[in-house]
Write a protein that binds this ligand. Structure first.
Ligand code: ADP
Ligand code: MG
Length: 237
C-alpha cells in the first residue's frame, strides 16, 4: 500500500499535558505547561532543549514512569490514566522499550544475561529467551561480545547492550533519554544511525531526548522544548 494513502497511525498523543512539582509548601515548578504532541508510527524524533526544559519529565509521562498533573496522554490509543498499576506495567512491558543515559545494566551479568533477564521477567522460557537475546545482540553488532561482563565493555558497547535489551520484547515504541550523553561524538553517531536502521527495518517508533546538534542528521524531526512547552517543530525528512 502506498503510505501516502494509508491512514496515519498515531503512537503518542498528548493533549494539554501539565506536570507540576511541589517543591515547597507554597512553591511549585511547572516542568510541563500544556504540551500537545502527536507522534506518527515509524517516526524517529529528537526532543531538544536546554537542561531543565522538561525533556525527561515529558518522556517519563509518556513512559508511564511519572503521572501528569493535568491533561491527557495516549499511547497506542490507550489513555494512560485509565490503566491501574498492573495494567500499566503489562502495557509497557509489551509495547515500549526504554533507554537511559546511564545504561542501567546489571554489572555482574554478561551482555547476554542483561538481555535475557527482561525476557525471563516477561515469562519467556529458557530456550526462546536465549535465542531472542542472541538475536538482539547480533542486531546491535555485539555477537562477539555477548559473553563478556558489563565491566569489560566500552561506553558505546554498553549502550548497544541497553539497546538490545530495549528491543528484547519487540517493542513498538522506544523512548530514549539522552542515550549518547556519556559517549564521544563518533560513538554517538553510531548509536544515532543504529536507531535509524531499527526504525526503518523494524517499523519501530523512536522518541529520544538529545541535545547533541549532530542528531539532526539522523532524525525525521526535531521538537524544541523550552520551559515545559514545545516551541518549534522542525521537519528534516
Ligand atoms: P530536562 O530533562 O530537559 O533537563 P527535566 O524534565 O528533568 O528537564 O526538568 C524540568 C524541570 O522540572 C526542571 O526545572 C527540574 O528542576 C524540575 N523537576 C524535575 N523533576 C523534579 C522533581 N522530582 N521534583 C521537583 N522538580 C523537578
Ligand atoms: Mg533530562
Amino acid at each position: 500500500m502506498n503510505s501516502e494513502y494509508s491512514a496515519r497511525e498515531q503512537v503518542i498523543l498528548t493533549q494539554d499535558l501539565w506536570r507540576t512539582y511541589q517543591t515547597g509548601i507554597h512553591q511549585e515548578v511547572h516542568a510541563l505547561r500544556g504540551v500537545n504532541l502527536s507522534v506518527d508510527k515509524g517516526s524517529y524524533l529528537a526532543l531538544k532543549g536546554r537542561s531543565g526544559s522538561g525533556k525527561t519529565t515529558l518522556l517519563n509521562c509518556i513512559g508511564g514512569l511519572d503521572k501528569p498533573t493535568r491533561g491527557s496522554v495516549r499511547v497506542f490509543d490507550i489513555e494512560l490514566k485509565d490503566l491501574d498499576d498492573k495494567e500499566l506495567t503489562d502495557f509497557y512491558r509489551k509495547n515500549v522499550g526504554f533507554i537511559f543515559q546511564a545504561f542501567g545494566l546489571t554489572p555482574i551479568y554478561s551482555a547476554l544475561e542483561n538481555v535475557e533477564i527482561v525476557l525471563q521477567i516477561a515469562g519467556i522460557g529458557y530456550k526462546s529467551r536465549r535465542q531472542r537475546a542472541e538475536h538482539c545482540l547480533e542486531r546491535v553488532g555485539l555477537t562477539d561480545w555477548m559473553h563478556h561482563r558489563v565491566h569489560e565493555l566500552s561506553g558505546g558497547q554498553l549502550q548497544r547492550v541497553a539497546i538490545a535489551r530495549a528491543l528484547a520484547n519487540q517493542p513498538r515504541l522506544i523512548l530514549a533519554d539522552e542515550p549518547t550523553g556519556k559517549l564521544d561524538t563518533s560513538t554517538a553517531r553510531e548509536i544515532f544511525s543504529l536507531f535509524r536502521e531499527i526504525v526503518e527495518q523494524e517499523g519501530v517508533t523512536i522518541l529520544m531526548a538529545a541535545h547533541d546538534p549532530l542528531v539532526d542528521e539522523y532524525v525525521d524531526k526535531v521538537l524544541q522544548l523550552s520551559d515545559g512547552l514545545i516551541i518549534d517543530t522542525e521537519s528534516l525528512a
